[in-house]
Design a protein around this ligand. Sequence first.
Ligand code: NAD
Length: 251
Amino acid sequence: MTNNTDFTGQVVVFVGAGNGIGRASLKLVADRGGRVIALDNNKDALTALAKDCNLNADQVFTLDVSQEENVRAAIATIFAQEKRIDALVNSAGMTGPTNRKLEEITWAEYELTLRVNLFGTIWLTQQVVPIMKAQKYGRIVHVASIAGKEGNPGMAPYNTSKAGMIGFVKGIAKEVAPDGVIINAVAPAVIRTPMNATTSEETLKYMIARIPLGRVGEAEEVAETIAFMASRACSFTTGFTFDTSGGRATY
Ligand SMILES: NC(=O)c1ccc[n+]([C@@H]2O[C@H](COP(=O)([O-])OP(=O)(O)OC[C@H]3O[C@@H](n4cnc5c(N)ncnc54)[C@H](O)[C@@H]3O)[C@@H](O)[C@H]2O)c1
């Protein structure tokens, strides 16, 4: 019997692979037989990941997703090398300002958060869609956030970027569906990763108090959902934002 969650023979590209959810997802997909390609703007994190997961030099690329030209070049290099991209998992992200009122946030801070979280999402998708359309197969996964569904106070740029990702995925899914390309997002609540090291105590408390399962999630738990979304097994769901929020959101 075919196991559609197996990645043998598939090339899966992970952006934001150096830490947290991206790193846990890459490990799971590699365990399930995939040839994984890791991208991140944190060179030290990539070096540690490569050592930990026995990745070769041709599986590791430095990329800052906030620069369109760099995104274009990175995907072109990977495609030239691998000759296919079966799935893209984009977990690169930043929280931007937290616990700050809208009028206290500078436009430079606002724009940087949008560039990394939302523009990066758009640019990556623009680059892989033509490749996947030509293959008549592809899976695209973007890591959004509960913040994009519900909005967290004091985090306006982040909320905007994540709601933008969710809306983007909905429409693109309808565009690329006839070509065998499936695109979804996932919306985690608070997950134990390095990203939360800079989130204020007040914001963390606010978020955990709203989670019926009463705890922070683990990166490995989100990775299970992502591995499904990136696999052949995810064949009749597109344009959707999966939930990994411990029950905070039931939609
Ligand atoms: N941890 C949470 O509680 C949580 C909750 C909801 C959503 N998310 C989302 O999940 C995704 C992953 O977050 P995480 O918790 O694993 O965080 P993390 O900080 O552990 O990992 C994010 C990775 O993205 C990389 N990155 C940041 N900016 C980048 C850039 N400009 N170019 C390339 N790479 C860049 C970082 O170096 C890091 O390795 C993010 O999009 C985040 O918004 C996280």
